[in-house]
Design a protein around this ligand. Structure first.
Ligand SMILES: Cc1cc2nc3c(=O)[nH]c(=O)nc-3n(C[C@H](O)[C@H](O)[C@H](O)COP(=O)(O)O)c2cc1C
Length: 96
């Protein structure tokens, strides 16, 4: 199984991906309220999936009017940015 094409490295622009598995964007609506802030639960969710060669997060609104669903995590307030930092740090710590 590990000899499968799926587990071979590949190049995506400037990035060398460790395998060809991609996490697609999946709306989870798990942000902390009030404030739609990315949180520890989300950091765990993405850390658990960091074996993928390429990860796309759920949609994140860049301003309040951009929110399409309840509890989606934004990335326009300082608290939200700090919350996303927890997520990216968790993924990077696992080599994602
Ligand atoms: C911002 C965003 C959020 C998404 N959220 C979900 C979701 O919650 N559940 C889901 O099944 N697909 C969601 N999708 C679609 C998936 O990412 C994926 O494209 C879809 O499941 C089709 O996969 P396929 O091309 O392998 O069939 C979302 C797509 C985007 C762009």
């Amino acid at each position: 199984m590990t000899q499968s094409e799926l587990f071979k490295t590949t190049q995506l622009g400037p990035y060398t991906l460790k395998n060809r598995i991609v996490l697609p964007p999946l709306t989870r609506s798990r942000s902390s309220q009030p404030g739609n802030i990315a949180n520890d639960l989300m950091a765990t969710y993405y850390r658990q999936r960091s074996g993928a060669g390429f990860m796309v997060t759920e949609g994140t609104q860049i301003e309040p009017r951009g929110q399409g669903y309840a509890w989606t995590p934004g990335i326009h307030s300082p608290e939200q940015i700090q919350g996303w930092r927890k997520v990216t740090d968790a993924v990077h710590a696992e080599g994602g």
